[in-house]
Design a binder for this molecule. Structure first.
Ligand code: HEM
Ligand code: HEM
Length: 181
């Protein structure tokens, strides 16, 4: 398995980013659902502590992933059609925007933030910074749910492309399944 991408398939580094971020997004779905459905329950208490650190991890991995995608731009698999391309761009955009506005809100709240024990934001005394909190207050949750829906559509399309004889089988680009004959 080559490290870099080729026109036939994504290489090992792109695959690592894809599957690591996919797993973390599923984890965000679990933590957000526990909060939405059972706020303040024992399940919410158990899971919520990981929501912010995992969200930050997604952002860091996404910034690396975008750099890697740009480096591999000329050799990675060609887009299947405009819709799939726009879908992937939307996924990329949401995976960066959603944690970014949440971190901005976190800073503006004046509360300390120490993911994984590392002091990223020391917090401050005094008034909260309203303009930093407004984007996430308005959009963070909604965009999060939209991301989960789009990701579900993405998975369904990946499987449909494989079963439909009229469209290219893209699964072997990102997984080790044998290509459809
Ligand atoms: C079982 C789950 C999944 C399967 C089978 C799957 C499958 C695939 C396949 C086959 C491709 C290549 C498509 C192509 O080249 O046209 C791809 C690309 C992509 N997938 Fe997934 N995926 C899954 C989950 C996810 C999740 C949860 C996310 C994020 C929320 C995600 C985000 C992306 C993105 C952004 C691309 C574009 C790749 C790039 O250009 O870097 N996928 N996926
Ligand atoms: C890709 C990463 C992320 C996703 C997909 C995501 C998703 C979500 C979703 C869907 C909700 C709504 C839950 C509900 O309706 O009760 C939510 C809430 C929340 N998230 Fe995230 N989140 C991410 C990253 C982050 C980060 C990095 C932080 C903080 C640094 C954060 C802090 C919060 C907070 C404080 C709430 C509750 C307030 C609200 O609904 O806006 N999230 N998140």
């Amino acid at each position: 398995m080559p490290i870099t991408d080729t026109p036939d398939r994504y290489g090992s580094i792109s695959r690592f980013f894809h599957w690591a971020i996919a797993a973390l997004v599923v984890w965000q779905l679990v933590t957000a659902s526990a909060r939405f459905l059972f706020e303040d329950s024992w399940l919410d208490e158990l899971l919520w502590g990981s929501h912010k650190p995992v969200g930050l991890t997604i952002l860091v991995l996404m910034l690396l992933r975008v750099s890697w995608a740009l480096i591999n731009q000329r050799r990675r698999p060609a887009r299947v059609n405009l819709a799939s391309h726009l879908g992937h761009v939307a996924l990329y955009g949401l995976l960066i925007l959603i944690p970014s506005i949440a971190l901005l809100r976190q800073y503006g709240s004046g509360r300390a933030f120490s993911p994984f024990g590392i002091e990223l934001m020391a917090g401050f005394e005094g008034d909260e910074i309203a303009w930093m909190e407004a984007p996430a207050n308005l959009l963070h949750g909604w965009l999060g749910w939209a991301l989960f829906a789009l990701a579900l559509g993405h998975v369904v399309m990946a499987v449909l492309h494989r079963v439909s004889r009229h469209s290219p089988d893209v699964l072997p680009r990102m997984t080790n399944v044998t290509p459809r004959d």
